[in-house]
Design a binder for this molecule. Structure first.
Ligand code: NAP
Ligand code: MG
Length: 484
């Protein structure tokens, strides 16, 4: 069992080489299940970011541009093969750095990473333009060209998976990438960067620069030679990124937070609904942008939903993420644990009732018990603000109109779920819910083939599927005058 990463400093990966930060600075990364430092990591400063962007530009204009698209795809398939080879190491690194249970990483994150990579590997040589017969005296057609240097800035809740959601389509399109992982989960991104080198990607195509958001992240956002920022994180930072990106009018995709509603009608299969509502909020210790954090239950089944959900919370196997039987690990950091405990206090003070949980679990590591709040009113802060922890708020509704008003009544629009056997009702909700994804009689699945993203404070733009290809390419028109 791995409890530490290697004792060497985990250096930056720039221009095909592992190197310390130019400042020589490092920071510690911690295992949130124990609170112990597991490794030292080089801390990228603005000068390192500049070096990474210059390397990405040189690779973009040089070897990467000259490579056949099909060969780019082959390199991506080779990377997938190496990820499979080193799966155990990746699973363990991700687990000790983020606190995610190994069982969940193996079942969910790793397969999603591989699916993403192979899906976009297959797309690399299918990014076509169009002949558009605009005139009779000219041949007019479009080509799709890669945007250039992409800055990918990612959060800590799914470091491997969200990282690959950005890297894979960018590389397939022929862009080069500077990846800034979250400072508290930098280790697997560095490992992916190394595997990419081993696979044969030219130096500079994928640079990995751990560091702090305000320094390394901001330097990427401000850099005049970055063409595109693809960001997943909080609405606060999303707004800062938009401002910074205005300098050279970088293209921006923002995948931000959510406060998603999961609506349960009395005609639903209640066993399935409550089971999915439980995993919808407790999976990944609630640190999921599309977590079903607001469970809206019809008044006739409200008490039953609350009681069954509490029973599910109580039966969650919480503990050492390295043990395969563990279903729920710690929050990712002490800061995050305190934030969640603060929200629980806020909920109590607002008059909501803690049915189960409501406190820290143990005194080692950053565990919080799965918590269920009942008697939650729509305007309470715990019903409106993203907690990003294992805290379910259960809210009563009276009829369809009431459910819809509550479901759409936050600043977010990322995802929503509805449980009902009434086909007309299901269609009405699919139409009227403000969300990038509406799940019906299920909650939470995503697939790389389907567009993913939100609107309002959940951000804008779509990742996955064809949408990601549009994110990383631009159309050029070629007009060849032929004469009649
Ligand atoms: P965050 O604070 O916004 O950080 C996200 C990334 O941005 C990190 O790498 C961070 O670096 C970096 N960053 C911070 N300040 C920056 C700046 N001024 N310029 C450029 N980069 C900067 O979010 P988080 O706390 O890591 O993640 C939680 C949030 O992400 C939640 O709100 C959640 O809903 C959202 N999220 C959304 C999705 C989605 O698909 N929609 C998925 C997952 C998470 P540091 O690590 O140094 O802070
Ligand atoms: Mg860590």
């Amino acid at each position: 069992m791995l409890t530490r990463a290697s004792d060497q400093t985990h250096n930056l990966l720039i221009d095909g080489r592992r190197m310390p930060a130019l400042s020589g600075r490092t920071f510690d990364t911690v295992n949130p299940a124990t609170g112990e430092v597991i490794a030292k990591v080089a801390e990228a400063g603005a000068d390192d970011i500049d070096a990474a962007v210059r390397s990405a530009r040189a690779a973009f204009e040089g070897p990467w541009k000259r490579m056949r698209a099909a060969d780019r795809g082959q390199l991506m398939l080779k990377l997938a093969e190496l990820i499979r080879r080193d799966e155990d190491e990746l699973v363990n690194l991700e687990s000790i750095d983020s606190g995610k249970p190994v069982s969940a990483i193996r079942r969910q994150d790793l397969p999603a990473v591989l699916d993403t990579l192979t899906y976009y590997a297959g797309m690399a040589d299918k990014i076509n333009g169009q002949v558009i017969p605009a005139r009779t005296d000219a041949l007019t057609y479009t080509v799709r060209e890669p945007l250039g240097v992409v800055a990918a800035i990612i959060p800590w809740n799914f470091p491997l998976m969200i990282g690959m959601w950005k890297i894979a389509p960018a590389l397939a399109c022929g862009c080069t990438v500077v990846l800034k992982p979250a400072e508290i989960t930098p280790l697997t991104a560095l490992k992916i960067g190394e595997l990419a080198l081993e696979a044969g990607f030219p130096a500079g195509v994928l640079n990995v620069v751990p560091g702090f958001g305000k320094v390394a992240g901001q330097a990427l956002v401000d850099h005049p030679d970055v063409d595109k920022i693809t960001f997943t994180g909080s609405p606060v930072v999303g707004r800062q990124i938009l401002q910074g990106a205005s300098g050279n009018l970088k293209r921006v995709t923002l995948e931000l937070g959510g406060k998603s509603a999961n609506i349960i009608f009395p005609d639903a299969d209640l066993d399935a609904a409550v089971k999915a509502a439980g995993s919808g909020i407790f999976f990944n210790t609630g640190q999921v942008c599309s977590a079903g954090s607001r469970i809206l239950a019809h008044e006739s089944i409200y008490d039953e939903v609350v009681q069954r959900l509490a029973a599910r919370a109580d039966s969650t196997r919480i503990g050492n993420p390295q043990e395969t039987s563990t279903a729920m690990g710690p929050l990712v950091s002490e800061v995050q644990m305190k934030r969640v405990l603060d929200y629980i206090e806020i909920g109590r003070n607002e008059g909501a009732r803690v049915v189960t949980g409501g406190s820290r679990h143990g005194d080692v590591g950053y565990f919080v018990k799965p918590t269920v709040f009942a008697d939650v009113e729509h305007q309470m802060r715990i019903s409106q603000e993203e907690i990003f922890g294992p805290v379910a708020t259960v809210i009563k509704f009276t009829d369809e109109a009431d459910a819809l008003r509550l479901a759409n009544g936050t600043v977010y629009s990322l995802a929503a779920g509805v449980w009902s056997a009434d086909i007309g009702r299901v269609h009405r909700f699919a139409r009227d819910l403000k969300a990038g994804t509406v799940w019906v009689n299920t909650y939470g699945p995503t697939d790389i083939r389907l567009p993913w993203g939100g609107s309002r404070d959940s951000g804008f733009g779509r990742e996955h599927g064809d949408a990601a290809i549009e994110n990383f390419t631009e159309q050029k028109v070629v007009w060849i005058q032929t004469g009649k």
